[in-house]
Design a protein around this ligand. Structure first.
Ligand SMILES: [Zn+2]
Length: 90
């Protein structure tokens, strides 16, 4: 089965938790986490590939190093935005 995969999104979720751990004082709830993902993904270029099952990992490892830095920066920027205005009360 071939499917359409946004590599940026896949990688973002792979890196999200470890990157957020480095942001001091960031709320750990699911809502803030998803908010960060949404903001970061809106600020990053999409990167769709058509891939067969099993091939995804191979494709990702090639792209990984290229966009890792961009992803880290986008996640940290988004986390700071969410911290300023969380979608819930404390
Ligand atoms: Zn929260």
């Amino acid at each position: 089965m071939s499917r359409l995969v946004n590599v940026t999104e896949l990688l973002l979720f792979e890196m999200l938790d470890s990157t957020l751990k480095g942001v001091e004082g960031f709320c750990r709830c699911e809502r803030c986490r998803i908010d960060v993902a949404a903001i970061a993904l809106n600020n990053l270029p999409t990167n769709y590939v058509v891939t067969d099952e099993g091939e995804v990992k191979k494709r990702i490892s090639v792209l990984h190093m290229q966009i890792r830095v961009d992803l880290t920066q986008a996640i940290i920027r988004a986390a700071k935005e969410v911290m300023k205005q969380p979608h819930h009360s404390r």
